[in-house]
Design a protein around this ligand. Sequence first.
Ligand code: ADP
Ligand code: MG
Length: 360
Amino acid sequence: MPLLSLNNISRSFGTTKAVADVSLEVQQGEFFGLLGPSGCGKTTTLRMIAGLEKPDSGTIHFQDTDITNLPAERRGFGMVFQNYALFPHLNVFENVAFGLRARHASKAEMSERVASALDLVQLPGYGKRAVDELSGGQQQRVAIARAIAIEPALLLFDEPLSNLDVSLREETRSELRELVTRLGLTAVYVTHDQEEAFALCDRISVMVGGKLMQSGKPRELYEHPSDIAVARFLGRNNLIKAMRVSSSNTNEGEFKTLEGDHTLHLQVKHSELSPLNQPVFLSIRPEHVQLRANGDSGPNAFKGHVREIVFAGATSTVRVDAAGLLLEALVLQPEGYNVDQECTVVLPHDRLTLLQNQRG
Ligand code: ADP
Ligand code: MG
């Protein structure tokens, strides 16, 4: 049984459909990510989980109880926002104790829990400090301490690191992940930053335009996006328009590319076999496109010309034109390739994905 489940929740603001029919499940102990471009409805979704916003329709269950109408303060969730939301007139101790005071914890219990929360975020003995004496990173750690001091059944993060500079962000990111794991907590983490979501999360749901497009482990999403929006959002991708031509019922699909008229074979699940003679999109990551300086013609291999080589430090991008089909390959050593040179392109069948959902 999942710890948290959202069942077909929607929320509009006037004519803006901020969240449209979103369903997802979060398991106990999971670090779960909600990833998508700005304005796609992440914050609204998180606020509905927190109880700060009510869905227009749909339900939210926690530990098998319907909490859709339960007020935020009775959900017992800890929250950390982008702008820390610390109380500037209270010192560190009082900020961390805030949720405990609201729960009428005893003085002794409060001291102990605050001290232990400050230990956990590596700010021991900081209780008497004023909030404005602290750096941005320290303030965010106080906000995290405040959220974990109540020993929440669920931790909600809304882009908590985006106000920190890059090096501090990466450091705090590792500490946060380590802390949540050590305490055995369950977290829902909202971010627009793919790298951050990939580094932190066990599982991720990708949202675009209010809709949940795909859920899965970071590597699954990256290597096998289910549709064009996800393929485009999650870094660079070659999108190849093609048509399925074989009518066999095996798991091997044969496709012809619309540009270049190349034949491609790939494994497709039986249920995924697309109708014949209808254009579909295949995708492959640039780092999985193989280039060879001279021809070996095997399956999924065809001739092309190098159009451009873009040096980017550790890697280079080689743009290839294969009879009108333009492909990007990411290579470590671009030596041996020159513009206009003929080369062979190989698209390994297990790296090609048939996008299921063809809307862009
Ligand atoms: P994200 O966190 O992914 O950037 P939000 O959930 O904040 O997205 O917003 C989703 C959409 O809903 C946006 O178009 C935003 O302008 C709109 N929106 C969010 N909150 C409100 C609100 N309180 N009033 C009106 N529109 C809102
Ligand atoms: Mg937001």
